[in-house]
Write a protein that binds this ligand. Structure first.
Ligand code: OAD
Length: 253
């Protein structure tokens, strides 16, 4: 590990030709959205997200699963992007201005990267603000918050389910293709705010490294990725990402 890891990371970011970032719930934690593996507080503290985020749970109790997701949809709608989200927008802008490529892969379904202003976002696990008909696959954004009833019947006689990827479900084909292309072609891969335990999302770091990219992790706690990356910065993404942008691009004004 370099003697000044933050400066070394900033040097990599400044010189990178093509950057691919993957984010997880840790980036949104500073927008007060609970992560998956930290204890859920309040109304849902007794439920384990990993048991509710499944097709089986929805089939068994569509009303309860719909209400849980609608509760979280409301939390996400109330949340605001934090300095970590905004720093990623700045990185995208700086690279675009320099004619370099940037792709932001996210496991988060809260939409905060888009609301912060990121445009090159690949939402690997879908979007919590969209409901989808179980019969036709038709998507319904902008439904009233909260929904008038749980579960919501669809016009086609099915039910409306959350537009997110559940455990055991395949990721959207186009998102996977974009993620593979970005991970294979980047010369710098950054893993930010994720425990790096859920595949295929956690595999993109390995794919990037296999193609010779440098890698940086920014995370509050050590993860399975920590021992693999070139530079591991431990701490809060809302602090480290802005500091990294400042060091990497400040001299360019
Ligand atoms: P996790 O809850 O597994 O991990 C969040 C990571 O963020 C942890 O490693 C924390 O140490 C770190 N963290 C927490 N606060 C932070 C902060 N302020 N700054 C930096 N890091 C912080 O969430 P994910 O890795 O996103 O999938 O989980 C991946 C997937 O597992 C989710 O997308 C979801 C879940 O099952 C599906 O639902 C399909």
């Amino acid at each position: 590990m370099p003697h000044d890891p933050l400066q070394a990371a900033a040097d990599l970011l400044r010189d990178a030709r093509s950057v691919c970032v993957i984010t997880g719930a840790g980036v949104s934690a500073e927008s007060k959205i609970p992560t998956f593996r930290d204890a859920m507080e309040g109304l849902w503290a007794k439920f384990d997200p990993q048991t509710l985020a499944t097709p089986e749970a929805f089939a068994a109790d569509p009303a309860m699963v719909s209400e849980w997701y609608d509760f979280r949809r409301g939390k996400c709608a109330q949340a605001e992007p934090n300095p970590g989200h905004l720093a990623l927008v700045e990185i995208e802008r700086r690279l675009a201005d320099a004619g370099r490529s940037f792709t932001l892969l996210t496991q988060n379904v809260d939409g905060l990267h888009r609301r912060a202003g990121s445009t090159r976002v690949v939402e690997l696990h879908g979007r919590i603000d969209i409901w989808r008909c179980t019969k036709t696959g038709l998507e319904y954004p902008d439904l009233p918050l909260p929904l008038p009833e749980y579960p919501m019947p669809s016009e086609a006689g099915g039910l409306l389910r959350p537009g997110v990827v559940w455990f055991g479900e395949a990721l959207p084909e186009d998102a996977l293709e974009q993620a593979h292309a970005a991970a294979e072609s980047c010369d710098l891969f950054m893993s930010v705010g994720t425990s790096a335990v859920v595949y295929p999302a956690a595999g993109f770091l390995h794919l990037a490294r296999a193609h010779g990219s440098k890698s940086i992790e920014i995370n509050r706690d050590p993860t399975d990725a920590t021992g693999l990356v070139d530079i591991a910065l431990q701490g809060r993404s809302g602090e480290i990402l802005p500091a990294l942008v400042e060091l990497a691009f400040a001299s360019r004004g």
